[in-house]
Design a binder for this molecule. Structure first.
Ligand SMILES: *Cc1c(COP(=O)(O)O)cnc(C)c1O
Length: 468
């Protein structure tokens, strides 16, 4: 029998216990046993620290959710103030002050027409909620029908890891195992043109993607529940950046053919693309907007699905009529999370965060431009402070590295030896500085990432070549 004695943090063999007790998300656990990943015990600003006091720059916003840094006095205080009152109380049958205040703050900043906030507690749940709401809406709206069963999604989409969100997802590596469990849908190709199918030019392929979306939405309009998409940037697919006008195009098609648009801004929301919400950049107002990751500044798990009044109204009626949205999570609208979410939104304005994002965007663009012509970089993709650098064995023929080389992972290890935490998507090196990261820290992030890419792709590692 294993003993689970409690130790003080200082003398606990945490690394050993991690290997013996934990199952990490999205992690090949056999290789993990030989890795020496830092165990973070505290953070300060944009740095993370382990027990021994080693320090790393948080180059991926703690997986895309941190906004203002760690241990931000104002956010800490907001949590403490709320904690003095109550940590959590249910929204099932009761109201809760922070959930109301945050809802108003979100709606006052969100694209026009969104008028209701439904809370949950992760990005996947916000999309799951959106899918179920749209489905039920189609059945309950005036003149509704149960013939509408299909969602239209974009190739290589990522909307979360629950079965509903995997059904509208398109990342084969993550999703193929569950295929038989998923509901069917329609997929249109992602409008990106690094590699284009035989017989297409780059420009011709993008044109085809626009037309294919038009054709599918027009011909399948009677069967569609909704269109679901990540506006501007498909994050988990490898920071795929859509061409200007694609989001606007989809919005117009949805309007013309009377199909609701669900915008999943879980990754792109809260400043990452340069505006508070990505939809703003193409003057698009979705019918349903999904928010999570950055909503609490990266402090606590809160998700919010914002909807237009017309959708909400289809759920009204006498309690016994069964039009209710029967969905909820125990921690829906958590008070600590909503309190810190509200304070985080205020900090966007108090600190003029979008101006910092604009500056950092330029720094990233300038620094990454050096990779143009790099023999092992297929493409640098950037929108705002979201950057993906795709590494390949051969740039001209776009020959990928072997999966067994784990090149993206090797770059991560090189960066870690140089004091920076990043995490790749396959062979795409991802930079995702927090929207509030100062320019000087972004410069350091760039220095280290550029050096690490060269170290790995030109075989000049400064450490042990990783045993994993
Ligand atoms: C991360 C992400 C999700 C899932 O969010 P979780 O909080 O991890 O469930 C959904 N959609 C997009 C676009 C994401 O980037």
């Amino acid at each position: 029998m294993q003993e689970f004695a409690e130790h003080l943090a200082g003398d606990a063999p945490l690394a050993e216990w991690d290997r013996s007790c934990l199952w990490h998300p999205f992690t090949p656990m056999q290789a993990w046993q030989n890795e020496d990943a830092p165990i973070i015990v505290r953070g300060q600003g944009f740095d993370l620290f382990d027990e021994a006091g080693n320090r790393w720059l948080d180059g991926i916003s703690s997986l895309w959710c941190n906004v203002h840094g760690h241990c931000v006095p104002e956010l800490d205080q907001a949590v403490r103030d709320q904690l003095e009152k109550i940590a959590h109380t249910t929204l099932l049958g009761l109201g809760s002050e922070p959930s109301i205040r945050l809802a108003r703050a979100l709606l006052s900043r969100a694209p026009a027409g969104l008028s209701r906030v439904f809370y949950s507690d992760s990005g996947a749940s916000t999309v799951e909620v959106a899918l179920k709401m749209a489905y039920q809406f189609q059945r309950q709206k005036p003149g509704g029908t149960d013939r509408r069963r299909l969602f239209l999604s974009i190739g290589n989409a990522y909307h979360g890891d629950t079965l509903g969100t995997v059904s509208v997802g398109g990342i084969d590596l993550f999703h193929r195992c569950y295929r038989d469990l998923l509901f069917p849908g329609i997929t249109v190709p992602s409008p990106v043109a690094l590699r284009v199918p035989q017989g297409h030019t780059r420009a011709g392929w993008l044109q085809y993607c626009f037309e294919e979306a038009e054709r599918q939405i027009r011909t399948r309009r009677e069967e569609l529940v909704a269109v679901v998409m990540e506006p501007l940037v498909q994050g988990a697919a490898g920071i795929l950046v859509h061409p200007p006008g694609y989001l606007r195009h989809i919005r117009e098609l949805c309007d013309r053919h009377d199909v609701p648009l669900i915008a999943d801004e879980v990754a792109v929301g809260f400043g990452r693309t340069g505006t508070l919400f990505a939809c703003e950049q193409e003057q698009v107002s979705p019918d349903i907007l999904c928010l999570a990751k950055g909503i609490t500044g990266g402090y606590l798990p809160v998700g919010a699905t914002l909807v237009k009044e017309q959708i909400y109204e289809a759920f009204l009626g006498q309690p016994w009529e069964g039009r209710t949205f029967y969905h909820g999570h125990t921690y829906t609208g958590n008070a600590l999370g909503c309190a810190v979410g509200l304070r985080s939104l205020q900090l966007f304005e108090e600190r003029n965060l979008l101006a910092n994002v604009a500056q950092c965007t330029e720094v990233l663009r300038e620094r990454m431009s050096i990779l143009e012509g790099h023999p092992h970089v297929a493409e640098v993709r950037q929108r705002g402070v979201m950057v993906g650098i795709e590494l390949v064995r051969d740039r001209d023929q776009l020959v990928p590295y072997g999966a067994d080389q784990r090149v993206g992972h090797q770059v991560t290890l090189e960066a870690r030896r140089r004091g920076v935490i990043i995490r790749p998507l396959g062979d795409v090196v991802v930079l995702m500085p927090a929207p509030a990261m100062p320019v000087s820290a972004v410069q350091r992030l760039c220095d280290v990432v550029l050096e690490s890419i060269d170290a790995v792709t030109f075989g000049r590692s400064i450490g042990e070549t990783a045993a994993c």
